[in-house]
Design a protein around this ligand. Structure first.
Ligand code: SF4
Length: 374
């Protein structure tokens, strides 16, 4: 399996005394460290060697940063034109050591280093205050928006603090979304049923061709089985669904493989989202992954400005997976990610009108199926 080792660690002076800084530096005693007032990335730091791709090379710098803003936010997918799921994101890390050809971070982040928000206690205090302000809401909060939640966690050890913190929050569920298999360090933690570990998942052919450095499909499913045995709830994201030659069979088999690996009564939810991208991503992918086939086909601009497959193709992709889940495990709640109400109507067994409707459906299912834990 791929192993990450930084070439240097840059530390903001503002987090020099943080326990997390000490913990992370202690895990890389041999790596050079530099204390700075305010770190800025310079493109020319990658040198002139054309083989040192700036995005890949940038990931070898680990930046421990003082995060100043609001740490918990409504999911950026939220839009009046789309039916969202009322999800919150918690930014703890920016960027990811994996190399999925379609990764939006390649065009989205303004610097290629891996950034850790090291003032963790302050950030978690914001979560405590935000969730306490709405005691009747069940907050679903994910850390996988600008990174993979567990890609580095077996070496950085951040999520064990976060899992313990959420175990004591009365009205929140933490979701750790990953394409890794790094779960062994989490198995014994007192999670209190308040953490859902979820996998972004694709058929083996897509994992092999497009999701470089990630855990292979069988490794992800084995990891899902392990955390389910350890009492965590598990979730799966068929996202991005890709319209490749054998897609129909590939995704149907994937539903079967998941249900063979994990008991359906431990699966908290499944989401479906088709491939979408901002237009500036395509030239980056063409340069970095010339053998990728991910952007083959016809795309249209969606309500949120992102490129998507034609509506009829998206609907076929969604229906194919949804019907298989309905056939094999109808009790698992499913939802679409970043789709409009017309696509919901044509593909899903229920037609929520708003994000609150989607959230109520998921929360209702959780309360019914996991009454002690939620
Ligand atoms: S795992 Fe997610 S964040 Fe990491 S490279 Fe792949 S798509 Fe990007």
């Amino acid at each position: 399996m791929f192993q990450y080792h930084p070439e240097r660690i840059i530390i903001d002076k503002a987090v020099a005394a943080e326990p997390l800084t000490e913990q992370i530096c202690g895990r890389f005693p041999d790596v050079p460290k530099q204390l700075v007032d305010n770190f800025a990335w310079h493109q020319d730091e990658t040198g002139t060697d054309p083989l040192r791709n700036p995005l890949t090379q940038g990931k070898k710098t680990l930046h421990l940063k003082y995060f100043k803003g609001t740490s918990i936010k409504a999911c950026p997918g939220f839009s009046n034109d789309l039916v969202c799921c009322n999800y919150f994101t918690l930014d703890l890390i920016e960027n990811c050591p994996f190399e999925c050809s379609y990764c939006i971070l390649q065009a989205f982040l303004n610097k290629p280093v891996i950034t850790v928000h090291a003032n963790l206690e302050e950030i978690l205090e914001q979560v405590r205050q935000r969730t306490a302000a709405q005691p009747d809401t069940l907050f679903r909060i994910g850390t996988g928006e600008h990174s993979d939640s567990l890609a580095l966690d077996h070496i950085l050890g951040i999520k064990s603090h976060v899992i313990r913190f959420f175990a004591k929050l009365p009205n929140a569920l933490l979701e750790l979304k990953t394409k890794s298999s790094n779960v062994d360090h989490l198995l014994e933690l007192p999670h209190g049923g308040k953490t859902v570990i979820s996998w972004s998942i694709n058929p083996k052919a897509i994992v092999e061709k497009e999701e470089h450095k990630t855990a292979r499909l069988n490794e992800r499913l084995e990891a899902a089985r392990k955390v389910s045995d350890a009492g965590y709830k598990v979730a799966f994201h068929f996202d991005p669904l890709i319209h490749y030659p054998d897609w129909e069979k590939g995704y149907q088999e994937l539903v079967e493989q998941i249900l063979d690996a994990v008991p359906s009564d431990r699966i908290a939810w499944v989401s479906l989202g088709s491939l979408r991208y901002i237009s500036s991503l395509k030239s980056v992918v063409d340069e970095r992954f010339p053998n990728s086939r991910v952007f083959l086909g016809e795309f249209v601009t969606g309500e949120d400005g992102k490129m998507r497959y034609l509506k009829k193709i998206r609907q076929r992709l969604f229906r194919n997976v949804q019907q298989k889940i309905t056939q094999l495990a109808p009790q698992i709640p499913t939802y679409l990610c970043m789709e409009n109400s017309s696509v919901w109507k044509n593909t899903m067994p229920h037609q929520p009108q708003t994000a609150i409707d989607v959230e109520s459906q998921i929360a209702g299912s959780l309360q019914q199926r996991f009454p002690i834990e939620v």
